[in-house]
Design a protein around this ligand. Structure first.
Ligand code: ARG
Length: 281
């Protein structure tokens, strides 16, 4: 196995990109489950909107308490999934690669987010192929990890590489419960990731093993608890409290888990990361 392919890892979590982050979010004012576009969603589900708001506010407070900046896009009535800000774009180096949603129900979200980015002074380029932003595009130090299989297309991966000039590594998702890359994998810091191997094709799994021989490996239970839909600032990991096994393993690796419960959002197939768009400097 060519070791030169792997991302160099260190034994400490303390120096690999720990920094204050800028997050874009959307208040869950209109959050609901009104259509079913992933296996978690059921049209007869009732959302407790007051609980959803309280959970969401806890997440925002946790980010701010840890020194991160949180901004919000105005929610649009009639767009119940707009709270999942991660899907709207990939923002790197001040450049916005805007999404083209797979589901027609979500397509108008691009307009609302695009307007926010333009008002905030960003140039926005829209994807030509189906592309769901940070849901499937995960900046990982020197490259971008890119999911495909259910939403974002490989054509979009190519567009992303041409747009940002960063090597973009396509990973094939195979389990519909983990339909976005950010439900199966998250970046811990500039050098390491956590992921659930069975969410990937055998070949993509092999690629991840080569790149990240020291990755934190999650179980099916962790993944079903939305444990991989986590946000890390390089040290603190904002993670679903239900992912108990993963929380223990993160702590063993030197990270500091910060449990935040977004159980109401799981009904729509989303969790912490889905609600968080990172504006990468
Ligand atoms: N209901 C939304 C959808 O199916 C959930 C999006 C979750 N977002 C994410 N980044 N995984 O599109």
């Amino acid at each position: 196995m060519p070791t030169s392919l792997s991302v160099p890892t260190s034994h400490s979590a303390s120096t690999n990109g720990v920094r204050p982050r800028r997050y874009l979010t959307c208040e869950p004012t209109h959050f609901d489950v009104r259509y079913a576009i992933n296996p978690w969603m059921r049209e007869d589900t009732r959302v407790d909107r007051a609980l959803a708001r309280a959970q969401w506010e806890t997440l925002i407070r946790a980010y701010r308490e840890h020194g991160h900046t949180v901004e919000t896009v105005d929610p649009t009535e009639g767009l119940p999934d707009m709270v999942f800000a991660a899907n709207a774009a990939l923002v790197l180096g001040g450049r916005v690669f805007g999404s083209r949603f797979h589901a027609p129900q979500r397509r108008p979200e691009s307009v609302a987010y695009g307007n926010w980015f333009k008002a905030a002074g960003f140039d926005v380029t829209e994807a030509e192929a189906v592309c769901e932003g940070e849901g499937d595009l995960v900046p990982a130090g020197p490259f971008i990890l890119a999911g495909t299989g259910f939403r974002t297309t490989t054509a979009a991966h190519h567009e992303v590489q041409e747009f940002f000039g960063l090597p973009t590594i396509s990973l094939h998702l195979v389990d519909p419960r983990f339909y976005h890359l950010d439900t199966a994998l998250f970046v811990l810091d500039d050098r390491n990731i956590a992921y659930f191997p069975d969410a990937f094709s055998p070949e993509s799994r092999a690629a991840l093993e080569r790149l990240y021989p020291d990755a934190v490996i999650a179980t099916l239970e962790d993944a079903l608890a939305f444990g991989l839909n986590s946000v890390s600032d390089g040290r603190h990991v904002f993670v679903a409290p239900q992912a108990e096994g993963l929380i223990g393993r993160l702590a063993d690796h030197g990270y500091v888990p910060v449990p935040v419960d977004l159980s109401e959002f799981h009904k729509a197939g989303g969790g912490i990361k889905c609600c968080t768009q990172e504006i990468h400097a």
